[in-house]
Design a protein around this ligand. Sequence first.
Ligand SMILES: C[S@@+](CC[C@H](N)C(=O)[O-])C[C@H]1O[C@@H](n2cnc3c(N)ncnc32)[C@H](O)[C@@H]1O
Ligand code: SF4
Length: 440
Amino acid sequence: MEQTLLARYDRPVPRYTSYPTAPHFHAGIDSALYERWLAELPADQPVSLYLHIPFCDTLCWFCGCNTRVVRTRQPIAAYLRLLEQELALLAERLPGRFALSRLHLGGGSPSLLLPHEIDRLLGQVWQRFDRAEGAEVSVEIDPRDLESGVIEAFAAGGVTRASLGVQDFSPQVQEAINRRQSFGCTAAAVERLRRAGVTSLNIDLLYGLPHQSLERLQESLSLSLDLAPDRLALFGYAHVPWMKKHQRLIPEAALPDGAERWRQAEAASAQLLAAGYRRIGFDHFALPGDSLAQAQAAGRLRRNFQGYTTDEAPVLLGLGASSIGSLPQGYLQNTPDLPAYRKALAAGRLPVARGIALTDDDRARRALIERLLCDFAVELDPAAYAAELAALDGHRRDGLVEFDGRRLTVTERGRPLVRSVAAAFDRYLAPAEQRHSRAV
Ligand SMILES: C[S@@+](CC[C@H](N)C(=O)[O-])C[C@H]1O[C@@H](n2cnc3c(N)ncnc32)[C@H](O)[C@@H]1O
Ligand code: SF4
């Protein structure tokens, strides 16, 4: 049965970390418009800030992130000066002093920064923004590149939550993805984080990797569970070598097929549920006491460019090359090209390269897709979405969704295919679109 479902629904679909999705951003949205949008923001609402650090010391061949490998510190130091300039420019363009509800450092590997660089960067942020009540500061950590003092510097800058990249612990898989990371190194990072007061921890794991059998995945999960993280992200490996050229180094013949990916996702889910975790959306798990699980239980779970989040701020400001921001008026993306990023800042311009202004229809569909992905159910007006509901007839017949005339519900069986349900409401999605990764 799974085979039939896979044949029917395992098509390339977006992950919906935004709607409209990033491939539909265009160059018509520039820094002048961004400045106008910023000027319209009400200063009494908290905002979120994302800082992108696009550097790593080695390249994992599966990586889909915007990053580059550096062998010396000079490019990082030069980039941090630019990031500071962007921060200063952005703060000048905002109509007042704002409080941050979330600050997230992602990458690449922010853990590659040195303690004095972290002190300075976070110092500059807190010079320009206040901390909203209940604010959360989080960082992505590569356990393999942690110099001494790095975690302590993050903690001193207010970080309380960290996400550690693991992917898989088996040496054969690690060899095939060019990422050698022992359990001991990961456990040491976890211990250092907790000792420094960074106590909310997430671990990133992948399924669908080359040479990854069910047993190897289960063993990686068991080892991860020994570290007792509050959350686990279990992403399906997105193999998109036409977009990420280095993924050609992944031995394709060793990749599990669709049916095996499905089995891996199901088995991993069962293992984590048995260990006491709750399923959050389609790719996260959290302990019942964790804020993500609580937000889901209360219908307050959200989705943004970092995936599932508890962040309810209506504004996400993205800083750094390739960062994406979300404002009530629309989305913006900075240029990923470092020379262009530098040039814009030298000219006193925010380095926006593209984006999209939201229509009322976009907003309605965005809300609908977000609820589907967060709650697996949404109330909708059948007259307004007749064509979309008709397009879901097959899903209904296959027991993947139910519709009672008002409420569309994704069934247990349909959960792994929720992105394909959401895609029925995506007005921008061309039928033969090949730019995304597979649904499962
Ligand atoms: C920026 S990295 C995490 C921090 C750090 N750079 C590290 O790898 O330890 C973000 C996460 O994205 C996920 N990721 C990267 N490339 C992916 C791909 N092609 N498909 C699915 N997930 C991917 C990985 O789980 C990775 O941990
Ligand atoms: S997965 Fe993380 S460490 Fe590996 S290349 Fe990507 S960003 Fe860098």
